[in-house]
Design a protein around this ligand. Structure first.
Ligand code: COA
Length: 276
């Protein structure tokens, strides 16, 4: 662990080698998202994107919970009748939960334990990977207090859930567990809470060992082609492949090809090539 990380009021940063934990840090409020937390998360993600040591970002919450959604007092009530404040906070809220996270240049993992409600769904969906505790509690609770899953939540949910599940959980507000989330592929997998961090670290270490450029370009490619026609995707992927070939500072493709074809010391089918 090193301490060369930024300090923020509502977000804590911890390092484990190239893996950086970005932790929502209002445990006494179950990490409900206040305006300050949104501003802090914007800053934290900008910092982690530029931080050379960070290879993988894990988003999680302090105190055994992921996030109790938007802070009803500080996000909703305090901004009522103040459209300027609402716009500023709303923009920051959208910026980190979707724009920055879904376009993040490094691999991202949501580590979900305890409660995850409402607006807390968006960052889980925006991350590349999500691993939950079996006993985590997810809920689109908006309907329970007379609002809709706004601020992109309903849209984000339909990016990842089947339509029946999206309607069911949005309209009933029924809770579902980490195990159920894994069964419907809302998260990649769920594990007993005692193993959660270890399981996340296994995935994070795997990602950390790969070429950073190959990881970045691959996730960007998969994300972008989802909204394209076949022709567009073919063209885009050709350009993207050429961009990676030209811009990868490690020249991974050339090195790996030589290791496989000439030196015969590496088999791409069985794992990544050893980087310098
Ligand atoms: N907004 C504002 N404050 C919240 C909050 C939220 N979303 N979620 C929790 N808190 C606050 C509580 O008001 C309480 O504050 P207090 O100690 O000053 O009274 C504190 O966090 C602890 O919450 P509490 O309800 O006592 O804890 P709990 O463990 O019994 O229950 C929840 C936790 C998450 C089930 C419950 O707080 C809850 O239902 N929160 C709202 C969840 C929600 O619907 N979010 C969606 C918003 S879009």
């Amino acid at each position: 662990m090193t301490d060369d990380v930024i300090t923020l009021e509502n977000v804590k940063i911890e390092r484990d080698g190239g893996v950086t934990f970005v932790i929502l840090n209002r445990p006494e409020k179950r990490n409900a998202m206040s305006p300050q937390l949104h501003l802090d998360m914007c800053e934290a993600l900008d910092w982690a994107a530029d931080d050379d040591q960070t290879r993988v970002v894990v988003i999680t919450g302090a105190g055994g919970n992921f996030c109790a959604g938007q802070d009803l007092k500080l996000f909703f009530r305090a901004n009522e009748g103040n459209p300027k404040a609402m716009r500023k906070t709303g923009n920051a809220s959208q910026a980190w939960r979707w724009d920055k996270l879904s376009r993040f240049p490094k691999a991202t993992i949501a580590m979900v334990h305890g409660y995850c409600f409402g607006g807390g769904f968006t960052p889980v969906i925006a991350c590349d990977f999500a691993i939950a505790a079996d006993d985590a509690t997810f809920g689109l609770s908006e309907v329970n207090w007379g609002i809709i899953p706004g601020g992109l939540v309903a849209w984000a949910v339909t990016q990842i859930m089947g339509y029946r599940d999206a309607i069911y959980y949005s309209v009933t507000g029924d809770k579902f567990s980490g195990k159920e989330a894994a069964a419907m592929k809302f998260v990649n997998k769920s594990v007993p809470v005692a193993n959660l961090r270890d399981e996340v670290m296994v995935l994070a270490r795997k990602l950390e060992a790969k070429s950073p450029s190959a990881v970045q370009y691959t996730k960007e490619a998969v994300r972008s082609v989802r909204g394209m026609s076949q022709d567009q995707a073919y063209d885009y992927l050709e350009c993207k492949s050429n961009a990676l070939k030209a811009l990868d500072p490690e020249k991974g493709r050339e090195k790996a090809m030589k290791m496989f074809l000439d030196d015969k010391v590496f088999k791409p089918g069985l794992g990544e090539f050893k980087r310098d």
